[in-house]
Ligand binder design. Structure first.
Ligand SMILES: C[S@@+](CC[C@H](N)C(=O)[O-])C[C@H]1O[C@@H](n2cnc3c(N)ncnc32)[C@H](O)[C@@H]1O
Length: 328
């Protein structure tokens, strides 16, 4: 396993506090950095589990589970024989059982290897354990790495197919998303396929119900406790923030903001930082791309949409995209 790169984390947090960059923390929200610390407020894994399993109006998880289970057999038609299946961000054990397993089973053992890639070690271990019980003959090679920074890891494998569900791709800014898809398209060989889940919901009221919740606030703000504990800070108060989701429909963006609830002065990695009450920090985003728009940016990135599947609620979508090499 590759070690967690804390200097990258530090730089992303620093640029956020200095407002030189926004929406930098997507990769860090879902992890619990040290599962051995009991009741650690930096426990993204537990808060993410609460969001997907207990937050009644958080539809993304439930509807994508339904969609994948409905279309797994149709998806398998796009998967070549003897594929190395690279999954970006397998996520929690329940997500693995309810989304990835039905897809893997639909492939009828037609896989050379399953390669889960995640920054969070717990998720990788859980995926491996479930597979050992359910498909013991499957070869598994977990990789603990940042798949946005190191997309080229796909090139290590023959016949790779990238499986990227959970609308995680929409945590990237639109420009980052296009760059990421360009990187994938270049990393995939001819006939390489990317299967990716995207939330297309445009209803402000249902977005508000899904995101403006205590569970979501706990998840988004927990990363500030990780910053306080593990990064070089002096006098930083992670409690002096509240969560505020913000929908900007013109660019399809649901912003996850932390708003300072008081003034505070602290030192971060040797730099003096002064925060004012009500100052806004845009931690990360969840973009909500309509099908046409997502297909447009995929083409811009060198990927050809082959087909897509839409859940009955018309919100969750699974896109099947091919590197342009494969359709030339
Ligand atoms: C929104 S969750 C989705 C989980 C799962 N795919 C699902 O459908 O429920 C995002 C997952 O990707 C991982 N992740 C996010 N950004 C990452 C990055 N840049 N590199 C590695 N893992 C990342 C998180 O740890 C988490 O497991």
């Amino acid at each position: 396993m590759i070690e967690f790169d804390s200097s990258l984390f530090k730089n992303k947090v620093k640029s956020l506090f200095l407002h030189t960059e926004e929406e930098t923390l997507a990769a860090y929200i879902y992890s619990t950095p040290d599962p051995n610390i009991e009741n650690d407020p930096a426990r993204g894994e537990e808060y993410y589990r609460q969001v997907i399993e207990e937050s009644v109006d958080y539809y993304l998880y439930k509807e994508e589970v339904r969609l994948i289970n409905t279309v797994a057999n149709q998806l398998s038609n796009y998967v070549p024989q003897g594929v190395n299946l690279v999954e970006f961000g397998p996520g929690t054990k329940t997500a693995f059982i309810n989304k990835t397993m039905p897809f893997l089973k639909s492939l009828n053992h037609n896989i050379t290897k399953y390669i889960p890639v995640d920054l969070c070690k717990t998720y990788l271990d859980q995926a491996k354990d479930v597979l050992q019980d359910e498909l013991p003959d499957m070869l598994v090679k977990p990789i603990q790495d940042d798949f946005i920074e190191n997309t080229d890891l796909v090139k290590q494998f023959d016949k790779p197919l990238v499986w990227f569900k959970g609308s995680t791709i929409t945590n990237l800014s639109t420009n980052q998303c296009i760059d990421f898809m360009k990187n994938i398209s270049q990393a995939l060989p001819s006939e390489g396929i990317l299967i990716v889940g995207v939330d297309a919901n445009q209803s402000e009221s249902s977005l508000k119900k899904a995101y403006d919740t205590e569970e979501m606030a706990n998840l988004m703000l927990s990363v500030l406790y990780w910053v306080d504990r593990d990064l070089p800070t002096t006098n930083f108060n992670p409690e002096a923030f509240k969560y505020q989701p913000e929908w900007t429909p013109n660019n399809y963006c649901l912003k996850h903001n932390a708003i300072a609830t008081s003034n505070q002065d602290f030192v971060f990695d040797g730099v003096n930082i002064s925060i004012k009450e009500n100052e806004k920090f845009h931690l990360l985003s969840s973009y909500k791309y309509p099908v046409d728009y997502f297909q447009k940016i995929a083409r811009q990135a060198g990927l050809e949409p082959l087909t897509h599947f839409v859940d009955e609620s018309k919100r969750m979508v699974i896109h099947v995209l091919a590197s342009k090499n494969s359709v030339a």
